[in-house]
Design a protein around this ligand. Structure first.
Ligand SMILES: *[C@@H]1O[C@H](CO)[C@@H](O)[C@H](O)[C@H]1NC(C)=O
Ligand SMILES: *[C@@H]1O[C@H](CO)[C@@H](O)[C@H](O)[C@H]1NC(C)=O
Ligand SMILES: *[C@@H]1O[C@H](CO)[C@@H](O)[C@H](O)[C@H]1NC(C)=O
Length: 361
């Protein structure tokens, strides 16, 4: 059962982001990747390595450097964790505070799972010993702010469903290996994300900040982003400037906001966009620039306030143009009646079933 939970968790990681997750067993068995030399595996006994050194904490299960202590009702991090641990699973417990020293000696830890506890405090030095930490999962806790001094080796941070109201630039200082950040379902205030908060992270590929109260797209996002998920916020418009330089962006999720306008030039700033979700907003027209866009495939515009669709909104003028690769366009639940849309509007679309117009109610 516990193995299943971990497996699902890791599997989810690989769906959620472009980040390549290695198979669980590869990950657990790969000694070279964890940087452990044979000497460390079979240590010569010295004063430092006592024959009676740390064993598996009571009621936890330890196997292949994975320490499983989930679902045990723990109210603190167990003492004397084996120093060769690479994955520590403490999910579904009742831990409220993470202290300096809780993870001392865990210099080989790659993955720390603290999901679904009651964590409201992490002391500033708590993660300092974790010099190889790549994945930190803190979702479903009671954190009011992001931890300071996260390890520089971190690649993936998940802090979904906490009580975070603001994200300061300083917490991400120097985290240059970061690839995936998940901050959804936090009470982030309207301008709760400091300008440039994500700017320095040159490898950041996946950013999700859904279901918060932010009212604008965060500024100065790194050009490495391939997926930006901002659904379920209070964003009122899309400024072209906020998407400037996002040359690698393939998926942009902005559904369930209050967007009434998409500024001209927004799509030109995201030349490799393939999927655009703008459903359940307040748009009164189709965003400009779709007809000229080279790679767009999916455009969700259902549940808006679009009352007219122009015949050049989706396809370049004329009939001799290269066919576009639209695979999904939705326009249902808008005031425009589908019989008012010129059939030629979708002249560049091969697959008619890709277009959903009717009001399916
Ligand atoms: C957003 O703000 C409103 C009040 O302005 C509050 O009631 C609501 O809980 C907030 N939502 C989130 C996700 O923070
Ligand atoms: C946006 O572009 C369209 C055509 O590309 C043009 O008709 C419209 O006036 C432009 N709107 C603004 C605000 O520049
Ligand atoms: C829809 O747009 C019209 C103008 O085209 C506006 O008068 C109306 O208030 C809008 N409705 C909503 C629900 O936003």
């Amino acid at each position: 059962m516990k193995g299943t939970i971990i497996f699902l968790l890791l599997a989810q990681v690989s769906w959620a982001g472009p980040f390549q997750q290695r198979g669980l067993f590869e990950f657990l068995l790969d000694d070279e990747a964890s940087g452990i030399s044979p000497e460390e595996q079979f240590p010569i006994l010295t004063d430092e390595v006592q024959p009676m050194g740390p064993v598996c904490p009571f009621r936890c299960q330890c196997h292949l450097r994975v320490v499983q202590c989930s679902d045990l009702g723990l109210d603190k991090v167990p003492k004397d964790l084996p120093p060769d641990t690479t994955l520590l699973d403490l999910q579904n417990n009742k831990i409220a505070k993470i202290n300096d020293g809780d993870f001392k000696n865990l210099k080989n830890l790659h993955t720390l799972i603290l999901v679904n506890n009651k964590i409201n405090t992490i002391t500033p030095g708590a993660f300092t010993p974790l010099v190889k930490l790549e994945r930190l999962y803190l979702s479903k806790n009671l954190l009011k702010e992001l931890p300071s001094k996260m390890p520089k080796t971190l690649q993936e941070l998940r802090v979904h469903e906490n009580e975070i109201t603001k994200v300061m630039k300083s917490v991400f200082n120097g985290l240059n290996q970061m690839i995936v950040i998940e901050l959804g379902t936090n009470p982030l205030k309207s301008s709760g994300i400091e300008n440039g908060a994500f700017q320095g992270m040159k490898k950041l590929s996946y950013l999700r900040i859904a279901d918060t109260n932010i009212t604008t797209i965060p500024r100065d996002l790194p050009p490495s982003l391939t997926e930006l998920h901002l659904d379920g916020n209070k964003i009122t418009r899309v400024d072209a400037a906020s998407l400037k330089g996002l040359n690698n962006l393939a998926k942009l999720g902005l559904g369930f906001n209050s967007i009434s306008a998409v500024e001209n030039g927004s799509l030109a700033n995201t030349p490799h966009l393939r999927e655009l979700h703008l459903n359940n907003n307040k748009l009164i027209k189709v965003p400009g620039g779709l007809a000229e866009h080279k790679y767009i495939q999916v455009v969700y515009l259902h549940n808006n306030n679009i009352s007219a669709v122009g015949s050049n909104d989706f396809c370049p003028p004329g009939y001799n143009t290269k066919k576009a690769s639209y695979s999904g366009v939705s326009l249902f639940s808008n005031p425009v009646q589908y019989w008012e849309i010129q059939p030629s509007t979708f002249r560049c679309v091969y697959v008619r079933s890709a277009i959903q117009l009717g009001n399916f109610k």
